[in-house]
Design a protein around this ligand. Structure first.
Ligand code: PEP
Ligand code: MG
Length: 584
């Protein structure tokens, strides 16, 4: 191969910072597929599932080609090549024989056949032909992805290189994949798809690793082991940078590191504004293992524990004791600080869960379907198990119980009744629990923000989930990069809902926090302070930067300025006013 051509790709900046390293194409050497033995009666169904997945991927190639317009011609050639590979009987037919003969699942059969083919290519001397093995892997990988839906994703295997020098390049990453990163220390990750507040992006920010999503064809254009610079702050990826660019980015990278280490000095200082208003800064966590990061950032408590992540990628329902242990671990780890445990927000983009019965109930439009509290209320046994586990853990510290996705008064009433039922059963069994646990609700559906009075009358605290609130107010799928440019926290409708919720809660004397991504966005801190917000919950990695902003803010100046901003309806005017706030 000749010298490497340098080029730049632009995507969504979802997690800041700079990483320099080599491309690690996810799943080339890392794809792990489960092997399942099937009963004879399941075999024909499995063959049909295989055929459907192959057809779906071929259809996807066709529509990609149609929609290509002015895209580079090598991309068209690439699609043709992959369609051809998938039409070859070695891949289109042989796996069916394997399914029937070996009584195995389709993914496994396809993978076996791929390994067999690729093994033959590896023996060839010709570089061009040897590289076709790579195309076979890519094509097969797409079918496997189709077969396994959005779960069963890549389990990561380390490969020789130091992890911080590896940049994960993937078409898509599920939150489960990113969770697996917690055990690794990759330099950055970039993907073709995904939105700013997708759970994948949220986790990236939590890990404090640079990430650029929505790069469209990065996974196909970038080759394994190519040198990359990822500028997470600007949403830019530079492939094969020249020496001059490399040096410039190395310098910027070390400047960022210096800034970050300076911030650490703020860990133990109070988050107090210039006019001496105390602000509570809390952490969002997904696992007990996130507790050290929360403490390290100086969090005053956990404002949101997304419990559904604990059990991601499992196919069974976690029992009460297992949940109890996990919750208690967080409660103990937080050493007397308050822990807000949210009941499962299952059924959305975090992946299919537990047994197939539940996965089956999640329909084509999961964000509007049986998600979060709706799913919990429709599965009373599952809900009771979780409530009992939370109530038991609450005995060991300060715990608040948070309910996601409430829209109706009767959902709150039913939830409160379910909590009472769980308490009663624990009382009868003489198991210790917290009788006085405070129950609060997420405000993340516009209906809840508009009719917040019925929440205030029933609940002890509120937490605004701006990620979903924006998604539902603007009808923008938060995980879809195609509409990411329309996902606007500063839309006047969003601001009205936020301000209305905060002011109403204040008047009612009800504590209110923001636990969506807006709380960790330093450009929004003064806006929220000016609206009257005094509790912010965010990924631990964002906390010190927010604290720094609070220390230099004055709420007595911000309040009137934000009132003026809220009177604006024109987006340009709103931005202008926000810039002024941030320059104050
Ligand atoms: C939100 O919607 O803002 C929120 C905090 O919940 P999640 O991101 O888990 O949906
Ligand atoms: Mg939400």
């Amino acid at each position: 191969m000749g010298f490497a051509v340098s080029y730049t790709l632009h995507g969504l900046s979802v997690s800041g910072g700079i990483a320099i390293g080599e491309a690690c194409l996810l799943s080339q050497a890392t794809l792990e597929v489960a092997h399942r033995k099937l009963a004879p009666r399941q075999l024909e169904k499995e063959v049909a599932r295989f055929e459907a997945a192959m057809a779906a991927v071929r259809g996807e190639y066709e529509s990609l080609k149609k929609g290509m317009g002015g895209a580079p011609s090598e991309f068209g050639a690439f699609i043709d090549l992959h369609s051809m590979i998938l039409s070859d009987p070695e891949l289109a037919e042989a796996p069916k024989v394997l399914i029937r003969e070996k009584r195995c699942n389709a993914e496994w059969a396809l993978l076996q056949q791929m390994e067999h083919l690729v093994g033959q290519f590896d023996k060839i001397d010709d570089l061009y032909l040897r590289e076709r093995a790579y195309d076979i892997r890519q094509a097969v990988e797409r079918v496997i992805k189709e077969l396994s839906g959005h779960d069963g994703r890549a389990a990561l295997k380390a490969r020789g290189q130091r992890e911080e020098h590896q940049i994960i390049v993937a078409h898509d990453l599920s939150p489960a994949d990113v969770m697996a990163f917690k055990e690794h220390r990759f330099g950055a990750f970039i993907t073709d798809v995904g939105g700013f507040t997708s759970h994948t992006a949220i986790l990236a920010r939590g890990l404090r690793i640079p990430a650029v999503l929505g790069l469209h064809h990065a996974r196909q254009l970038i080759r394994d082991k190519e040198k990359l610079i990822v500028d997470g702050t600007r949403g830019v990826v530079i492939v094969n940078p020249d020496q001059h660019v490399l040096e410039e980015y190395e310098l910027r990278k070390s400047q960022i590191e210096i800034e970050r280490s300076k911030l650490k000095r703020l860990k133990d200082s109070r988050a107090r504004t210039l006019d001496r208003v105390d602000v509570e800064l809390l952490a969002n966590i997904e696992m007990p293992s996130d507790v050290p990061a929360a403490l390290e950032a100086g969090a005053e408590g956990v404002g949101l524990f997304r419990t559904e992540f604990l059990f991601l990628g499992r196919s069974d329902m976690p029992c009460e004791d297992e949940q109890f242990e996990a919750y208690r671990k967080v409660v103990r780890g937080m050493e007397g600080r308050t822990v807000t445990i949210r009941t499962f927000d299952l059924g959305n983009d975090k992946g299919p869960y537990f047994d197939e019965v539940l996965a089956d109930r999640v329909k084509t439009n999961p964000a509007l379907g049986l998600r979060a509290i709706r799913l919990s209320l429709s599965e009373p046994a599952m809900f009771q198990t979780q409530l009992r586990a939370i109530l038991r853990a609450a005995h060991y510290g300060k715990v608040k119980l948070l309910v996601p996705m409430l829209a109706h008064a009767h959902e709150i009433d039913q939830t409160l009744a379910a909590v009472e039922q769980a308490k009663l059963s624990l009382r009868n069994e003489r198991i210790p629990y917290d009788e006085d646990i405070r129950v609060g609700g997420m405000i993340e559906i516009p209906a809840a923000a508009l009719a917040v009075g019925m929440f205030l009358r029933r609940l002890k605290f509120l937490s605004i989930g701006t990620n979903d609130l924006i998604q539902y107010t603007l009808a923008i799928d938060r995980s879809d990069e195609q509409v990411a440019h329309l996902y606007d926290p500063l839309h006047p409708a969003v601001l009205m809902l936020l301000a209305h919720t905060i002011t109403s809660a204040d008047k009612a004397g009800c504590p209110v926090s923001v636990c969506g991504e807006m709380a960790g966005d330093v450009t929004m801190t003064r806006l929220l302070l000016g609206m009257g917000l005094r509790q912010f919950s965010m990924q631990p990695g964002q906390l010190l930067e927010i604290k720094q902003r609070i220390l230099t803010s004055d709420t007595s100046e911000l309040a009137p300025a934000v009132r003026r901003l809220l009177r604006c309806e024109e987006p340009a005017k709103i931005r202008e006013q926000l810039d002024k706030l941030n320059a104050m």
